[in-house]
Ligand binder design. Sequence first.
Ligand code: SF4
Length: 349
Amino acid sequence: MIASVRAEDIARRVVAWQKRHGRHDLPWQNTRDAYRIWLSEVMLQQTQVTTVVPYYHRFLERFPELAAMARAPLDHVLELWSGLGYYSRARNLHLTAQTVIARHGGRFPRDFDAVLALPGIGQSTAAAICVFAHGDRHAILDGNVKRLFARYFGIAGYPGDAKVQSQLWERAERALPTKDVEAYTQGLMDLGATVCVRGKPRCDDCPLNQDCVAHEQGRTAELPSPRPRKAVPQRHTRMLVLLHAGEVLLEKRVASGIWGGLWSLPEIAADADIRELCVRRYGVKAGAHEALPRIAHGFTHFKLDIDPLRIKVEKVMPRAAAPGVMWLPVEDALGAAIPAPVRRILAAL
Ligand code: SF4
């Protein structure tokens, strides 16, 4: 079969399916506003639609346009993002908003390469933005589409692997139709999210089932190949829950590394002299200690156990506020830009 004929045939089936069975009323659909499309695409990286929807609405309420986000302090963006995870996405959103103001006169760039050059925007996200905002012709390959293509074309190997990824991109480029690119792109996303799902794909409802390799060969459970198993390192830390008059002390984390730029509970070394450290670093006299239950948190590359230590502060020394440190009522701290496990610790107080 001639490749281009097959590509048009795949697209025809995906487009027809999308029109009848796909999603048409997601809050970021039916607009050409690149700002809104960009915001949704960044939020949808590694996150499901149902989780994203309330965040998307809250962001638009606070930042109805890109300039409003660019003007806001990073803390406000992180605060709204709090709970969505992968915080580098929020830092990149803010940086991108400022870059668009500084380099593109406040207008989201029209050109694919200029979009791709923005912070936190990879090939697939740039493609989706240009397709949905302008109807341009670009292939996407997000996580769901990788799974769909790995099964349909029968491509074995872990899709995160560079070699496998380049095979998938090649197929994605070849399958790209010359018309109806928006419905086709949306169709791939919808199929990946609702039909060719991770667990048990609904092949009977799939428009690609007549020539899907995984379906024909009964290999849907083994494709795509899982991430090669590596022992996930286990790390451990201690955090101080310093409480005084109904308020808790939060410390701003450095911009890089895990939870960069978020407010958090102070982390301390295993052998730290807590009383001495509390006086020196936070200007407080520590009273009674109480170990709180351990919290386990999983990152992509390691697992973290946190042992929180609740400390009743007896006295706050009068001195200039330490930079990067603030006291907040526990209720308010729960609404601040804090990491999810820290929220769990505070919520249980
Ligand atoms: S037939 Fe099944 S495995 Fe193949 S693409 Fe469709 S849903 Fe996925």
